[in-house]
Design a protein around this ligand. Structure first.
Ligand code: PEP
Ligand code: MG
Length: 543
């Protein structure tokens, strides 16, 4: 039996076969190849497969989201047969005696740079398409491994690391749990595991070897241990733990339908965090009073191109309809840093967490923001939808965002498209600057929601992605707790409500503190709802 310790990101037990997924390695380095004819043949085969795949994607997209979205795949197919592009790749393979992978990467980069230097915004936007095509070709050259995790049968997934976009695409039914060599407990990947209620361990280090692929394993999400080839005694203990955790869960079920109120009568709204429509079932199952954070960026990350207004409208409409008369707070696009989508063509940055992300992208590229705001406003007539802006650092940014929203409203009015005029608009408090300016911000917003994940990162100057400094990222930081108190006081002085939607909200050791500060709402991943409700009902604030 091999025992490896890591950091647990979602408690629970998983027992099953370990399936190690090695992410596609991008061969972009110059590698010589003696047989150019064979390389040309490999390239041609990859091109044929990529073309067929694009054709299928185009058909699927036409059926599911409409012709407008599907057109992008046709554009990619045209590029795949562009004589100049093909000649450039062939020329590098034969002229320099190198691998097809290297030729594809180099030729594509040259074309992408040529496009991005063009003045015409349409042409410069094609750079992202060329890079996308290169990715697809490289995937085909590495034996069709898409680089996206897929399991054919239920198993514990193992990988060096998983990006948030990998994680969102996991098939929940087949993923008993996941374990990664790298990764941090505060990353979006970890948050997604919690949202999807998948037992998961990160940061297992180099001991997690690909050769364990196919071995039997038990994952203990309570202690952070992975057992490979567990002995009979360990296996029995793990099976017992699994059954106990299912029983404990079942006992919590009794809380459903009961009010979220303390012994002395303080009511608190208990809401849920979701990453998309698929999570709403778990929200309803756990009887949340609403959705306090709908991370809309995952709609963009699951897509190969910008999701149209129509597609987004459908998703938001279905979300509010499913939730009936319960509130749904949809956060506008918070892409950037660890949450990437290739077609955004975001710049490579030294400090991405402090770079082009969240509201900064929306204010810099208002056409993207407009599309989302129009979709959200249109969906507002179908339920109780609220909009929330992420990563706000100054009142000026809120003013700018509000004016883009006003333009969206105006354009809908001109087209006689209905929307709710009284829609509630809130902001996330996740920068120290927003805390210090919270009195001014409260004049501009209908509510606040404290994003403690980022607020902790920026307050403690501790990158939430960096596993090496995890012990400096204090998830119960006193500095952050004091900040939340300031925010709550300023919100209440202006008559606004204030919630918490970062992971701190699920830490039941802190619930009493939050309620004493007067926090009105706490939003947590669906799996954390019932334990939080039990905690609230056990508190007596009069003592
Ligand atoms: C946060 O920062 O606390 C938050 C809720 O947003 P995200 O984790 O998606 O950055
Ligand atoms: Mg955040």
């Amino acid at each position: 039996m091999i025992e490896i310790n890591g950091v647990s990101v979602f408690s629970g037990v998983a027992i099953g076969e370990l399936r190690f997924l090695q992410k596609r390695r991008r061969e972009t380095e110059r590698v010589e190849a003696a047989d150019s004819a064979a390389e040309l043949e490999r390239f041609e085969a990859a091109r044929g497969e990529a073309d067929m795949e694009l054709e299928r994607l185009c058909e699927k997209a036409t059926k599911e989201v409409g012709e407008e979205e599907a057109a992008i795949f046709d554009v990619h197919r045209m590029m795949l047969s562009d004589p100049d592009y093909l000649e450039a790749i062939g020329g590098i393979i034969t002229g320099e005696g190198v691998t097809a992978e290297y030729a594809v990467s180099r030729a594509s980069e040259t074309f992408a740079e040529m496009f991005s230097s063009m003045d015409d915004p349409y042409m410069s936007g094609r750079a992202a398409d060329v890079r996308d095509i290169a990715e697809r070709l490289l995937a085909k050259l590495s034996n069709g491994d898409e680089g996206r995790p897929a399991l054919s049968a239920p198993a514990i997934l193992a990988a060096r690391d998983l990006s948030p976009s990998d994680t969102i695409q996991l098939e929940k039914e087949k993923t008993l749990g996941f374990v990664t060599s790298g990764g941090s407990a505060n990353s979006h990947t970890a948050i997604l595991a919690r949202t999807m209620s998948i037992p998961a361990l990160v940061n297992l280090g180099e001991k997690l070897l690909p050769e364990y692929d196919g071995h039997f394993a038990a994952l203990d999400g309570f202690t952070g241990t992975l057992y490979i080839d567990p002995d009979a005694e360990t296996l029995t203990a793990m099976e017992k733990k699994k059954a106990e955790s299912a029983e404990a869960r079942a006992r919590l079920e009794g809380l459903k339908g009961k009010a979220n109120v303390t012994i002395d009568g303080r009511r608190v709204k208990v809401f849920a965090n979701v990453s998309g429509l698929a999570d709403i079932e778990a929200v309803l199952e756990n009887d949340a009073e609403g959705i306090g954070l709908f991370r809309s960026e995952f709609i963009y990350m699951e897509s190969d191109c910008f999701p149209s207004e129509e597609r987004q409208f459908e998703i938001y409409r279905r979300a509010v309809e499913k939730m009936g008369d319960r509130e749904v707070v949809i956060r506008t696009l918070d892409i950037g840093a660890d949450k990437q989508a290739a077609y955004f063509d975001l710049p490579h940055e030294q400090n991405p967490a402090m770079g082009m992300r969240g509201i900064r992208i929306c204010l810099t590229r208002p056409e993207i923001f407009q599309t989302q705001l129009r979709a959200l406003l249109r969906a507002s007539v179908y339920g109780k939808l609220a909009i929330m802006f992420p990563m706000i650092a100054s009142p000026r940014e809120v003013d700018e965002a509000m004016s883009v929203m006003e333009e969206a409203r105006e354009s809908l009015r001109r087209q006689n498209i209905p929307f709710r005029e009284d829609i509630s608009v809130g902001i996330m408090i996740e920068t120290p600057s927003a805390v210090m300016m919270s009195a001014e911000l409260a004049e501009r917003a209908d509510f606040f929601s404290v994003g403690t994940n980022d607020l902790t990162q920026y307050t403690l100057a501790a990158d939430r992605q960096n596993q090496q400094i995890e012990r400096f990222y204090d998830a119960r930081s006193e500095a952050v707790l004091r900040m939340i108190k300031i925010v709550a006081d300023n919100a209440h002085a202006a008559g606004k409500w204030v919630g918490i939607c970062g992971e701190m909200g699920a830490d039941t050791e802190l619930t009493e503190k939050f309620l004493r500060m007067g926090i009105d709402e706490i939003s947590v991943s669906p799996g954390a709802l019932l334990p939080l409700r039990r905690k609230i009902r056990s508190l007596d604030l009069s003592k």
